[in-house]
Structure formats: structure tokens, C-alpha cells
Design a protein around this ligand. Sequence first.
Ligand SMILES: Cc1cc2nc3c(=O)[nH]c(=O)nc-3n(C[C@H](O)[C@H](O)[C@H](O)COP(=O)(O)OP(=O)(O)OC[C@H]3O[C@@H](n4cnc5c(N)ncnc54)[C@H](O)[C@@H]3O)c2cc1C
Length: 490
Amino acid sequence: MKKSKILEEILAEVDKHPEIMSRREALKYLSVSPLAASILAGATVGTTAVSASDAKGKIVIVGGGLAGMSTAARLKNTLANADITVIEPDPKSVSYQPGQTLVAAGVWQKSDIVYERDNFVPSGVKLIKGSVTAFDPANNKVVVDGKEELTYDQLIIATGLMLNFAGIKGLNGVITSSGADNAATKEQVGKDGLYSLYFADGAEATWTGIQELVAKAKAHKGPEKLQAVFTDTNTPIKCGGAPKKIMYLTHARLQEAGVADKVELTFYPDGGKMFGVPEYHDAILEQFKTRGFKWNYGHNLVEVDTANKVAIFDHHTQVKGKLDPDTGEHEMITNHEKVEVKYDFMHVTPPMKAPDVVGKSPVGSEKGWVPVNKETLQHVKFKNVWSIGDVAAVPMAKTGGSVRKQYKVLVDNMVAAMEAKAELPAKYGGYTVCPLITSLGTVMLAEFDWSAKPTPSFPLDPTKERWIWWLLKVYALKPMTMHGMLSGKA
Ligand SMILES: Cc1cc2nc3c(=O)[nH]c(=O)nc-3n(C[C@H](O)[C@H](O)[C@H](O)COP(=O)(O)OP(=O)(O)OC[C@H]3O[C@@H](n4cnc5c(N)ncnc54)[C@H](O)[C@@H]3O)c2cc1C
């Protein structure tokens, strides 16, 4: 492995802790993982080859976040005659969302993750600083800010998703993760014990909230423990690990202050398991038990009484209904019960949805997400429309790790379509990665694909929490994203 700046930073950190790992061991771990090796080898990041094409056509990309801007860059690297326009309203659209977890835990500052969109527009790509307000796929047209019509030959929908705080009674706002238009949400979320790291300002406020919880725990005398509540939700979400990561990190900060025994931490997932892959589910349960965490399945947060600090859940369970005389089996019915939980600190995971302008348009679907073939990323109805990232109806984790695989597939397939090839050559295999932070210093690197089995990119037990993956998360993944993916190469 050629030594890169990132590798040097990681090894310098390793040198400070010889009791945990030697430099030799660190190099062994990093070099056996193609994922790590591809990030660390070479000058800055590993690169993947792009093939050149003379295909012509006007390409419009709606959304210039991680998926949209990375795809624009890769198309620019591929097409000799590129005519690409990105439409994006948010000047901070490329900010590094995966770092919000570290901001919320006080490891990074918000300024470590905020980036200017205009510095990431690939040279030769046009940028329209606005929002698409209507889709007209029958006429190959979109409308920008209600007035300007733009035609296209190929359309890529990469609008990401919306955090639907207003979907919880008592909270407000339907916002993006990096957008600034979050005043309504901040009226309740980000203060008085109620936090959410899902938006950048909210992540910063969460760190204040954790410090306040630590201070409260230090002053706490009574026999009853303080209650820290962590919710999940009943919609698909981006970074499914984040609701648990913040729980582990809150615990780590309480432990560091010597007051972990003063606070009970409880996780309320809507579903009935911790993770879709059984091996990771089992590992997380063990980690919860070791730390003394509590959990209650089948709880969906539907209301927050912020004045009295009460969370109200819809607790749903399946119970036996009438006996069907034909089959001899009971029909199953869902029982709903309202459960009220007092909290001193609560981290909310909001329900998430496609932006209405996409979801309720002809390119959307009943559930809102853009319906695409999950392997080719081509729209199921409109062959010159494609979708990628959080807004695409791909039944896989909505993460930057998924985008990293998807954008190469989309570019190869769209270019083949532009070249009028009979077949689309590339398939998304469902690979994704969730670096599940389990403490200040450990990460379980959960990699998997359509098979719902662990697909580790290195020959080590993937269910183990490791310091070396913490170093990868803290030092390597951001440069890989900001310099590698966003230049269309990693
Ligand atoms: C707290 C948190 C932790 C995360 N942790 C991880 C992690 O550890 N690992 C990982 O791989 N991923 C993680 N992610 C997920 C990852 O950041 C997202 O999956 C990724 O950003 C998705 O890229 P995207 O381009 O689809 O959406 P985004 O990056 O959100 O970009 C979408 C863009 O579309 C724009 N847009 C919306 N509507 C319109 C419109 N009508 N017209 C024009 N533009 C529009 C928006 O302004 C936005 O800039 C995390 C995310 C969060 C919030």
C-alpha cells in the first residue's frame, strides 16, 4: 500500500496508542480490506476507471447533493461532449451528512462538515441555483422555480429526501438535512431535552443537549434514574444506523463523565429487530445488553408534549383475530395502544419522505419514492429518466455507501442508453455499508447487500467492534467522499 496523507494520519493516531494496536497490525487490517485499501492507497483516494464515450444528449440532474454532484462529475469524466445541467437550490448541498453523528457527539465541529456547493460543481457542468417545481416526463421537461422550463434528453432525479418532523404531532417543519430553512423545526427540536442529529443545526444542538444531560446526571441524587429516550420511525430512513449511533455515543459521554449509572437509555424502534441482517442484529443485541440499554419494539413516535417532556408512542402488536373456518388459521390483526413515556433527554428520528414535488408528480409513486429498476436505476415507466440516492425506490439502505456503488452503475447504463445499446450493461448489487459507531473509539463496519448477509470486504469477523474502523470513519471516509466520490472517481 502506497502511503497517503490519510494513512499517515491514521498511523500517527495508532502510534499514540501502542497498547491497543501496533502500526504493523494497523497496516495489516487496512491492507486486507479492499474498501480501506481503495481509500488509503495512492495520493488521496482510490479511483475507479471510467470509459470514454462520444454519446451526445442534454442531461439534467435534479438535486446537487452527494448523489447528484458525484454523478455529474462521473458523467463529465466519461462523456467527450458532455452537456450537463445540475439544478440545486442549497448553497451547502454537498455538506458531509455522515459527519453529523460525530458533530452530535462533540468529536467534530459543524464547520468540519459544511462545504460550499459552488466549489464542487465539476468544470464544464452548468448549475441552476433553483428548485424543480414540476416534472413533465411525457414532454421531457422540468420547470424551475415555477417559471423557467428546461428540456432534456436524459433526466436524473437525485433530490434526496425530506425530514418530516411535522408528521409527529407537536413538532413542525419538513426540511432537508443540510438546508438552512429549519426555523419552524428549531422552535421545538434542539432544546429543552429534545434533539435530532438528522439536520446539521440539530446535530450541533444535540451535542449541547448531551452535555446538559451529563451535567444533570452529575447533579442527580434521587433513586430513580434519568430517562434518555431514542426513537426510530416507521418510514424508510437515511442512515438507519444513526438512531442507534447517537445512543451509543450518548452512553459513551455519560460513561466518560462517570455517571452512566444515573441514566437509563431506552431505544424505541418501530419494527421488531435491530438490523435487517441477522448477524448484525444479534451483535447489536449483545452490545445493548453489555451496556445495560433497554429497548421496546413496535413503538412509533406519534406525538411529543414538549411542555411536559412526554413522548407518545403508537405501540402496535399483532394479535390473533377471528378463526377462518376454511383454513383453520386465525387472521392476524394489529392492536394499537397509546404509550406515554416521560423523558429527560430524547433523540428523535423523524419520519422521512420524498419531496412532494417529486413524490406526487408523474415520476413519483404511491409511496412517493421514484420507482426504478433496483439493479439498473432506470425509471420503470420513463426510459430516459433515472434516479439515485435517498429518493430512489431502491429497497436498500439509504446511505452514501449505497450511492458510491449506484452512481457508477447509473452512469454506465445511461451512457449505454444514449449510445442506443440494446442492453443496459451494469447492475447495482445492493452493496451498502453502515459504519455503526458503538463508542468513542469503536465501530462495527456492517457491510451487506441484497442477500441480507454480511459481505465484509476483508477477512475479519464483521460483527466485531474495532478501533481501526473508528479510525477509518474519523479520518478516511470524509476525504473519500469529498475528494473521491464528488470528483466522480472513488
Ligand atoms: C445524520 C446522518 C448520518 C449519516 N451517516 C451516514 C454514514 O455513516 N454513512 C453513509 O454512507 N451515509 C450516511 N448518511 C446518509 C448520506 O448522507 C445520504 O444517503 C446521502 O447524502 C444521499 O445523497 P443524496 O444526493 O441522495 O441526498 P442529499 O445529499 O440529501 O442531496 C439531495 C439534494 O437535492 C436537493 N433538492 C431537493 N429537492 C430539490 C428540487 N425540487 N430541485 C432541486 N434540488 C432539490 C436538496 O437541496 C439536496 O441538496 C447519513 C445521513 C445523515 C443525515
